[in-house]
Design a protein around this ligand. Structure first.
Ligand code: 2RA
Length: 339
């Protein structure tokens, strides 16, 4: 029983994580199609004890598909997403292709489920739902519960982003470079054209005329859409750091009304999908390694922002698994809401 599924980009890092999350959450489905590019078609993969052959993604791949999870890059989503919707499929798209499109819900289930109100499988009507960018999801999982309690006027985010955000090849190259550097060999730099191991650099996305890179502007624009608030001031600096698969983010918040750190801690303790790691005595706070392969976003360093009057400002530090909550888990949670 359950819907028929398709996973587009199934051989990629997020595609593989879709399968892990579907399994972990015992997602009900009657059939599943493993779709990828021509290059990957024909591969065998084992899922839930059954053998599947990866099929090439084509225009008619979605005839009998109720829900399709996409993570195969923006151009694939642009070409095949609308075709799937036309054939009655509900597409959950992890690419940035449609995130800012009017009428396309941009959803973090714990944050703004109302944005996809009324979209359900079995109504014969297709739809397209966008998964936000990983750094946006991880940031808003913590910032939104606070924002709901006391409106955020301004948010300043500094991110420390893992290799996984640039794909499985970047993760492999970080590992390879680390060995090479330790062995005194010249590092192989195919992905970022610079040494990554024992280094960090401004996010590899394109720099726009305003001096921000695309990753930073995603955080700005997606926050405004998800919070349905065009006035909130957001600025971001996104950095790529030599960490495998979990992002870390420093978040500074300025509120319309005072919000003291104890109240903030209580709110975050109660918020879904968060775990508080905030032990000043032992200097124990969130780390990327500890959240890797886990569902929850970890929050710590909760403290009053001493640069602001009274309790109008707060600083926090979050870590979240980029492949899981940053992409695959969020998308599967969206799919669960379609049932
Ligand atoms: C990154 N957010 O980390 C991107 C991946 N979706 O580069």
């Amino acid at each position: 029983t359950g819907p028929s599924l398709a996973v587009v980009g199934v051989t990629g890092a997020v595609g593989q994580e879709f399968l892990s999350v579907l399994q972990d959450r015992d997602f009900p489905f009657r059939s599943i199609k493993m779709l990828a590019s021509k290059r990957s078609a024909g591969q065998n993969l084992n899922f839930l004890g059954r053998n599947y052959v990866v099929e090439e993604l084509t225009r008619d791949s979605f005839d009998d598909v109720d829900i399709a999870l996409f993570s195969a890059g923006g151009s694939i989503s642009k070409e095949f997403g609308p075709l799937a919707v036309e054939s009655g499929t509900i597409v959950v798209d992890n690419s940035s292709a449609f995130r800012m499109q009017k009428g396309v819900p941009l959803v973090v289930p714990e944050v703004n489920p109302e944005a996809m109100e009324g979209i359900k499988v079995g109504r014969g009507k297709g739809a397209l739902i966008a998964n936000p960018n990983c750094s946006t999801i991880i940031c808003l999982m913590a910032a939104t519960p606070l924002h709901r309690h006391s409106k955020v006027l301004r948010m300043v985010v500094s991110t420390y982003q893992a290799a996984s955000g640039a794909g499985a090849a970047a993760m492999r190259e970080l590992e390879q470079q680390t060995h090479e550097v330790l062995e005194g060999k010249p590092p192989t730099c195919k992905i970022f054209q610079r040494q990554y191991a024992f280094n960090l650099f401004s996010h590899n996305s394109a720099v726009l005329p305003n001096g921000y890179n695309e990753e930073e502007m995603k955080l700005v624009k997606e926050t405004r859409k998800i919070w349905n608030d065009t006035d909130v001031k957001v600025t971001a600096t996104c950095i790529r750091v030599p960490v495998m698969r979990a992002h870390a983010e420093s978040i500074n918040l300025q509120f319309e009304n005072p919000l003291d750190e104890d109240t903030a801690r209580d709110i975050l303790k109660k918020a879904p999908g968060l775990v508080i790691i905030d032990d000043r005595t032992s200097n124990n706070f969130p780390t990327p390694l500890e959240v890797s392969n886990k569902d929850d976003v970890a929050v710590g360093r909760i403290r009053r922002d001493v640069s602001q009057e009274g309790n109008y400002g707060l600083d926090i530090f979050v870590c979240g698994d980029q492949i899981r909550k940053g992409a695959a888990l969020n998308a599967v949670q969206i799919a669960e809401m379609l049932l």
